[in-house]
Design a binder for this molecule. Structure first.
Ligand code: ZN
Length: 65
């Protein structure tokens, strides 16, 4: 009987490629998931995520499929 554990590789999490594009001056947008302050300005487009949620989302999307 073979038992195959689902193996998930999270090799390509884009964390290193993100330079500081905007000056780190408040106010910051709230994370849409946990309402923690993100590193994005309030004027950011879309749904900003805090670093923690961003990392989790990246891991989830990397695992899905
Ligand atoms: Zn969050």
């Amino acid at each position: 009987m073979d038992e195959h554990e689902p193996y998930c590789e999270t090799t390509e999490i884009q964390a290193a490629g993100q330079e500081a594009q905007t000056p780190a001056e408040g106010p910051f947008a709230e994370c849409v998931l946990c309402r923690a302050p993100t590193e994005y300005p309030e004027t950011v487009k879309g749904a900003p995520l805090c670093p923690v949620c961003e990392w989790r989302e990246a891991e989830r999307t990397a695992c899905s499929g």
